[in-house]
Ligand binder design. Structure first.
Ligand code: FAD
Length: 394
């Protein structure tokens, strides 16, 4: 098997395949964890994300189907440190999604009702109940959805741990090795890899594209369209402070996520944009660090201080940008491409939280192990839903 991309998803899928006895090669254009997997906020958020709620009820209802995968991911994260034998700084002290205005409270109530109907254990709290659990919250917080399973982990630890586990299980990692051509051959694929200017073609029966925001370009090598779009985001970190914030904090009406790392920094993000840069050819290039947008930083910090007032007195240590990927319908793309049996994709969505689960399930499909169960769990994420885009592709 060949896995393209050594982010969280590719390295985790490689681990699952290798430990089941498959021969696995991971091709990584740069180094493990240089993509979104090493740049993200580290939130383990299982409540329905704000981005799913802000575009009307119909889309919110559609997107709520992701909670079925979230429930599986909660169980996967519970066993991950033990399975990998490493400290990933996983904290699962619960998460609050807060609301201030009456309209936000109404949105939160609908969201919590959807989650409860889907079997998530989210509880709706009023402002005082929320402040009893989280005394650091501002007086203006009128309600919160609380989910005990939420938390965070360290993005700098998780992917390297998957890579080490994959290598221990027998997978081979080739760094600075870019997939530059994909051809169908017999029942499988011939993948051309470029390393320090030299090209080599490797054959494999199964191929996984786990190249994050680059996945559409990689898929084009196989003459396939994947409707996945790069999104440039902003993150901020304060100086280290004494323990203040044991929970993950999000906001239903503002772009905001907050948590305190094991080292003491408060990470502040939540979907504020940065700007993709153009490469030498003039096209936007997700490999280039996006340009910061000053108002994103200031508005993100303003939202943080309005929610957790103690943050207003902290020094900002650093801000950074990163690129992730979303699909046309916001749901990730995970599974086998129907027109190209043997070619699998796992990309898009909040794949820090859900990536270990995507990887485990897509590996089952690739290995043909408990495949029916994996197919059922991944049905809503299958690339089959965009197969009409590939009607003219060979
Ligand atoms: C700022 C920010 C904050 C985020 N916060 C969160 C969060 O709190 N919680 C959450 O769940 N998600 C979050 N996300 C999203 C999450 O980080 C991503 O969904 C996830 O990391 C994607 O992992 P991946 O393995 O699919 O892709 P990536 O980590 O991007 O890895 C893809 C890899 O493919 C390699 N590659 C590309 N092209 C080729 C090629 N041709 N040949 C070989 N290799 C190739 C790249 O070099 C890269 O290493 C955030 C993202 C960003 C940017």
């Amino acid at each position: 098997m060949i896995v393209i991309g050594a982010g969280l998803v590719g390295s985790a899928a490689a681990w699952h395949c290798a430990r089941a006895g498959a021969s696995v090669l991971i091709a990584e254009a740069g180094h493990p964890n240089i993509g979104a997997s090493g740049q993200n906020a580290g939130s383990l958020h299982f409540q329905i994300e704000r981005r799913f709620l802000e575009n009307g009820e119909r889309l919110a209802e559609e997107a709520a189907r992701i909670t079925a995968i979230s429930r599986i991911a909660i169980a996967d994260w519970a066993g991950l440190e033990t399975a990998l034998g490493e400290d990933l700084h996983v904290r699962r002290d619960g998460g609050l999604m807060v609301a201030e205005t009456a309209a936000e409270v109404a949105l939160l109530e609908r969201k919590v009702a959807r989650e409860q109907a889907a079997g998530l254990g989210t509880r709706l709290l009023d402002g005082d109940e929320a402040r009893r659990i989280a005394p650091y919250l501002a007086e203006g917080i009128a309600a919160a959805g609380f989910l005990a399973d939420e938390g965070h982990a360290d993005p700098r630890a998780v992917t390297p741990a998957f890579v080490r586990a994959a290598e221990r299980a027998g997978a081979t990692l080739r760094t600075e090795t870019e997939a530059v051509a994909i051809a169908r051959q017999g029942g499988g694929f011939a993948v051309t890899l470029r390393h320090t200017g030299r090209e080599e073609t490797i054959r494999a029966a199964r191929l996984l594209i786990a190249a994050g925001a680059w996945s559409p370009q990689v898929a084009m090598l196989a003459n396939l369209h994947l409707p996945l779009f790069p999104v440039a985001l902003t993150m901020n970190a304060t100086e280290r402070v004494a323990p203040l914030l044991p929970h993950l904090v999000q906001h239903v009406g503002r772009r905001l996520s907050m948590k305190q790392t094991h080292a003491g920094n408060i990470l502040i993000g939540g979907g504020w944009p940065s700007r993709l840069r153009r490469g030498t050819g003039g096209a936007f290039d997700p490999a280039l660090r996006p340009e910061p947008i000053e108002t994103s930083r200031t508005e993100n910090l303003r939202a943080a201080a309005a929610t957790v007032p103690a943050v207003a007195d902290m020094n900002l240590l650093r801000s950074w940008t990163g690129v992730t990927a979303i699909t046309a319908d916001q749901l990730p793309l995970v599974g086998e491409v129907p027109r190209m049996p043997g070619l699998f994709v796992a990309a898009g969505g909040s794949a820090f939280t859900l990536g270990p689960t995507f990887a485990r399930l897509v590996a089952r499909q690739m290995l043909e192990q408990d495949r029916a169960e994996a197919d059922e769990a991944l049905a809503m994420l299958s690339p089959a839903r965009f197969e009409h885009l590939n009607g003219f592709m060979g």
